[in-house]
Design a protein around this ligand. Structure first.
Ligand code: ADP
Ligand code: MG
Length: 281
């Protein structure tokens, strides 16, 4: 089946195909009644191997909920999540186990996803242990992925807390790579890094993507980064995707008011930055 997905000239099946994804949360009780929040409503998108789709939108738009559902850290209320030919939307935890090696998530703060007292080796080997890899297999892979993310293999014995922010994010990437995933979900993964570290990690992710043909779901509020990394840009507002297309096309000719607002505030922030750097020059 030929794909007519915007921004994609590729033919054939996408690696990830999300259809009508919806998720609500029940938030507390008001006047004796529970209040439901629709976090994500009827979201559709697809990502091909080697391709990056960015999800942008204001805080609370539903981006992280999409990410957590796609990585199956949460179960959606309804919809389908086809990953490499399997609908993973309703799988139970036992059936998800072999799928987990195919899709890995990287969060904004490495600290929240890694025990700071663990050694780098323990952090990287954790998902492999869950998958039942042998000790020597785990060690070999840990050494290989450290090298892939540009960290010396001798540091495998060091505790996470001795790594800098950028190095911790490299470690998080190394751990994600350990199971040789076909897809990475990056939820603001570069947001807490300084600009030059951010640029280095972005380059690393681009290199790894072309080396392994991984698909990326990239969530970021940074449109400069999105413009650099994403093939397809989709804009979320109130739980729905309101605009989607080839990144350069959406940036050059935004149709939806929400997209126009996001671009305007990004340009305002950029010109402030230019002024600041001009003043300090
Ligand atoms: P984003 O990542 O775009 O900022 P989220 O997906 O985190 O948005 O949140 C979407 C909506 O769902 C928000 O209204 C948020 O408050 C709500 N929400 C997210 N997670 C939970 C949760 N665990 N319990 C209750 N409400 C939640
Ligand atoms: Mg979020």
């Amino acid at each position: 089946m030929a794909s007519n997905f915007p921004g994609s000239e590729r033919q054939g099946h996408p690696l990830l195909h999300v259809q009508k994804l919806s998720k609500h949360y029940v938030r507390g009780r008001e006047w004796g009644k529970s209040v439901a929040v629709t976090a994500v409503c009827d979201v559709d998108f697809e990502i091909h191997a080697g391709q990056t789709l960015a999800l942008v939108g204001a805080s609370g738009a539903g981006k992280s909920t999409v990410a957590r559902c796609v990585a199956r850290l949460e179960r959606p209320d309804s919809g389908e999540i086809w990953l490499d030919g399997t609908d993973i939307a309703r799988l139970n935890s036992r059936d998800l186990l072999p799928i987990r090696s195919n899709i890995q998530m990287i969060f904004q703060d490495a600290e929240t996803s890694m025990n700071p007292r663990f050694s780098a080796a323990e952090v990287i080997e954790e998902p492999l242990q869950i998958q039942g890899a042998s000790r020597s297999e785990r060690r070999d892979i840990a050494t290989a992925v450290m090298r892939e993310v540009g960290l010396p293999a001798e540091w495998l014995k060091r505790p996470v807390l001795e790594f800098s922010g950028g190095q911790q994010q490299r470690l998080a990437i190394a751990r994600a790579l350990s199971t040789r995933p076909k897809m990475l979900v990056l939820d603001e993964a570069l947001s807490s890094l300084d600009l030059s570290t951010q640029a280095q990690i972005a380059n690393l992710l681009l290199d790894l993507q072309s080396a392994h043909s991984m698909a990326y779901l990239l969530i970021s509020h940074d449109l400069t980064l999105v413009a650099r990394m994403a093939d397809v840009l989709s804009v979320m507002s109130d739980g729905r995707i309101v605009e989607m297309g080839a990144t350069q096309q959406v940036i050059a000719d935004p149709k939806h008011a929400q997209t126009q607002r996001l671009l305007a505030s990004a340009r305002a922030a950029e010109s402030k930055f230019d002024l600041a750097s001009g003043a300090s020059a």
